[in-house]
Design a protein around this ligand. Structure first.
Ligand code: PGA
Length: 249
């Protein structure tokens, strides 16, 4: 199925989505070992990361020459904090594969200057030759990374405020248990930063994402649904389970 330039793959289950995403990433790294891989956090990619680690353990792929860039980090959390995205990535993926730790890039939520941290991040992506493939999730409100509704199509890496809906979604017990513990701000790659990736794969699973997916795929190209700002990307595929795809016509 295609909507505009977007390609849509509807799969039977969340496990099938993870298997498909992992396969795309593993094959791409086999074809280009010095791969620049953009990564995301959240519940959705966890199964994909487990499959990537399995493939590495089975020696089907090596991450030894891969460089990674993560989408975002909570502002004010140290990488040692167990709710930081640096901690999440180490715990779910980096500690289980042969990637060199110094080739993994996550924005520093404790940077003295967010402006300098974000500009340096953009500069480093550029110096690495740009992102070959960025793996994304989507928020219930259509956000990608922490680009909340209203984010501009040409936004760059910057300090952003989280919406109440994102704070609530991240304090439902999966991550934080109390909304008051969720940081109010984050550093996030911009929509413009993400759109420069040569290939994008966005994963969505579960009925809770069905409205956001419908708005992203069938709604207008609009900052009201930041994921819709991927509609004109030349190589962007949404991998959806049946529940997340349920409202597509
Ligand atoms: P989730 O988050 O995978 O935990 O649902 C996705 C997102 O907010 O981008």
């Amino acid at each position: 199925m295609a909507a505009g330039n977007l390609k849509i793959q509807v799969l039977e289950s969340a496990d099938a989505v993870a298997a498909a995403a992992s396969k795309v990433i593993v094959e791409a790294i086999k074809a280009k070992p010095r791969f620049v891989l953009g990564l995301a956090t959240g519940s959705t990619p966890e199964k994909t990361y487990a499959k990537m680690a399995e493939a590495n353990k089975a020696k089907q792929v090596s991450f030894a020459k891969v460089t990674t860039f993560n989408l975002d980090e909570y502002w004010g959390l140290d990488g040692d904090h167990d709710q930081s995205y640096r901690y999440f990535m180490n715990d779910r993926l980096f500690n289980h594969i042969d990637i060199r730790p110094w080739n993994t890039n996550v924005l520093n939520g404790m940077a003295t200057s967010p402006l300098i941290e974000c500009a340096a991040y953009e500069q480093k992506i550029f110096a690495c030759g740009g992102v070959d493939l960025w793996l994304l999730g989507i928020g219930n409100n259509g956000h990608v990374a922490f680009n909340e509704p209203g984010s501009a199509v040409d936004s760059r890496t910057r300090l952003v405020s989280l919406t109440q809906s994102t704070i609530n979604a991240n304090s439902d017990g999966r991550f934080f248990s109390d909304p008051k513990d969720v940081p109010r701000c984050a550093l996030s790659a911009g929509i413009g930063t993400i759109r420069e990736a040569r290939k994008i794969i966005l994963l969505a699973t579960g009925a809770g994402k069905a409205d956001a997916v419908k708005a992203a795929v069938e709604g207008p190209f609009s900052p009201d649904c930041p994921a819709s700002l991927l509609q004109d990307h030349l190589d962007c595929t949404f991998y959806l389970d049946k529940a997340a795809a349920a409202k597509l016509s």
